[in-house]
Design a protein around this ligand. Structure first.
Ligand code: HEM
Length: 200
């Protein structure tokens, strides 16, 4: 079967290559920023690109379980790398905002408190910290069943990331709504599976 063949190929792909490939957008966008390839507002463009890739990676991470459950495609060994990459992109997104965009320390806290979209983004970032810190074998062993419960925070992060995007978009924009719809669909899929297993 095709999916078995894909799984065989995937098993040979080293995890570090996923890091390498998925860091390309960050390196490329920073390069464009330094060489004048990001248009009239390079800092905003950099900030947006990093935020968008972060959200895409969060969603990709959420797709891993349904891909295995419904299609038999096993990408589990890349899940941790994808989650950590999402955190890396969010951290870079935050860093660009702090160091290149806002710059003034007093303004940073004011923005977090006063601008709802920043509050939401910052909350999502805080929720990602325990996820990133426990994305290792040692934490998995130590936390046991609590690890899975803790990692359900990923859904909250995804919803907040999409809400952050909707909130900061000016006027009606379809793209952030598509992200939110995809996240809610993935969440609904998970709830359906749980509901079915409880009934069985
Ligand atoms: C750490 C706290 C965060 C801060 C301070 C922050 C701040 C910002 C800012 C200032 C923008 C650009 C707004 C503009 O266009 O003027 C932005 C855009 C964005 N952020 Fe964040 N953000 C944070 C966390 C996150 C997180 C956790 C995610 C997703 C997981 C995220 C995803 C996005 C996306 C998707 C965009 C829009 C990209 C686009 O326009 O294409 N952000 N954020």
């Amino acid at each position: 079967m095709l999916v078995d063949r894909i799984n065989t190929v995937v098993r040979r792909v080293p995890v570090w290559s996923v890091w390498l490939i998925l860091l390309v957008p960050a390196v490329w966008t920073f390069y464009l920023g330094l060489t004048g390839g990001l248009g009239a507002e390079p800092i905003k463009a950099l900030e947006r690109e990093l935020g968008e890739v972060a959200l895409q990676l969060v969603i990709l991470g959420l797709c891993i379980t349904p891909l295995r459950r419904f299609l038999g495609l096993n990408l589990i060994r890349f899940r941790r790398a994808i989650g950590l990459l999402a955190f890396t992109y969010v951290a870079l997104h935050l860093l660009v905002w702090l160091v290149l965009d806002v710059q003034i320390p007093a303004q940073i806290w004011a923005d977090i408190v006063k601008r709802p979209y920043v509050t939401v983004g910052f909350t999502a970032f805080l929720m990602m910290i325990p996820l990133a810190l426990t994305s290792n074998d040692w934490s998995l062993r130590r936390l046991g069943p609590r690890w899975r419960r803790l990692h359900k925070l990923t859904y909250g992060v995804a919803v907040l990331g999409a809400v952050h995007f909707i909130w900061l978009s000016k006027g009606f924009q379809i793209e952030p709504l598509i992200y939110l719809a995809a996240i809610l669909a993935l969440l609904a899929l998970r709830l359906r599976v749980r509901w079915r297993t409880q009934r069985a």
